[in-house]
Design a protein around this ligand. Structure first.
Ligand SMILES: C[S@@+](CC[C@H](N)C(=O)[O-])C[C@H]1O[C@@H](n2cnc3c(N)ncnc32)[C@H](O)[C@@H]1O
Length: 292
């Protein structure tokens, strides 16, 4: 078994990509700076979406910062896009942007004076409305270290040029991104919920595309409130999808073994972490005719 597995892996390595994508070349459309975000994967996602010209529905069941959904909407890769995210705080932002009063949120950010006192007032507000929750999520995402909004996460200390909490607070850019998203929101649906249920209920949709980017096996715990998912179950459901899928993972033995077990093809692709460390990720798909 071990030998077979290593031959399988060596074959895959031959098909691996070797160049790291320059993230600055990809339009930043998300209002989040998302830990584990996939902006760097966008050139590959475009190739994947282009494989079939037919009007399609795109599902993103672990939406996070939603860069794939937004790119598909802006660049006309899908007729409709359905996003799902379990985290209530992250979900509040998408809910307001896609189903609610996005202008309120965009303007609140634009006019907010970022001081410790004003931040505490926002965080301590009682009976927060969905708008308040969305605003607090964006605040945390911008002033907490690494954009990590989980409980126990800490404020940016020095930040860029010693600007501390102000170093990632770009109110005009955020408002502009939100106003731009409002132009395509008729193509987007958002639901707070469990990505597994959506995959299960849409598994017979032949013409749908599924972009599946779950919390990773190793780093997930530190980055997300909801990190603990059943990876094997995800492989099982994904292997039964009738539509086209692209699933991403960290390159670990556990994931390579699951790919083997569920007979799923994969390729590796290099990326740079926020700490500029080069590492490989794994891309699984129902076919690789689109891989360049
Ligand atoms: C790797 S991140 C997605 C990042 C996203 N692709 C991006 O580019 O910003 C995984 C996301 O899955 C969410 N999540 C965890 N368990 C989930 C579940 N059962 N259903 C839906 N979302 C879940 C986490 O909260 C996290 O936002």
């Amino acid at each position: 078994m071990e030998n077979q597995l290593s031959i399988f892996n060596i074959e895959k390595e031959k098909l691996a990509k070797t160049n790291v994508v320059n993230v600055a070349s990809v339009p930043q459309r998300s209002p989040f700076r998302y830990p584990g975000g996939k902006t760097w994967l966008i050139p590959t996602v475009r190739n994947w979406l282009r494989q079939d010209e037919k009007p399609k529905l795109l599902h993103e069941p672990f939406a996070g910062g939603g860069i794939v959904s937004l790119t598909a909407a802006f660049e006309n890769f899908a007729q409709h896009i359905s996003m799902v995210e379990l985290d209530e705080d992250v979900a509040a932002v998408w809910d307001v942007l896609i189903n609610g009063d996005y202008e309120w949120l965009a303007n609140k950010i634009f006019h907010f004076e970022l001081t410790s006192e004003n931040i505490s007032k926002e965080f301590e507000k009682e009976n927060k409305s969905i708008n308040d929750i969305a605003f607090c999520t964006i605040l945390k995402n911008r002033i907490f270290h690494g954009g990590i909004i989980t409980k126990g996460s800490g404020l940016i200390k020095n930040g860029e040029n010693g600007k501390g909490i102000l170093s990632r607070w770009y109110p005009k850019t955020l408002r502009d991104r939100m106003m731009a998203i409002s132009m395509v929101r008729h193509k987007l649906s958002f639901m707070q919920g469990d990505g597994f249920s959506i995959l299960e209920s849409c598994k017979n949709e032949k013409d749908s595309f599924f972009f599946i980017d779950p919390p990773y096996t190793k780093a997930g715990r530190r980055l997300y409130t909801y990190f603990d998912i059943d990876h094997e179950k995800l492989f099982e459901i994904t292997s039964k999808l009738s539509g086209k899928f692209m699933m991403t993972y960290d390159d670990t033995i556990e994931i390579r073994e699951l790919a083997e077990k569920y007979n799923m093809e994969f390729r590796t692709i290099p990326m740079k972490t926020t700490h500029h460390i080069k590492k490989n990720e794994i891309i699984l798909s129902d076919n690789f005719t689109w891989w360049k």
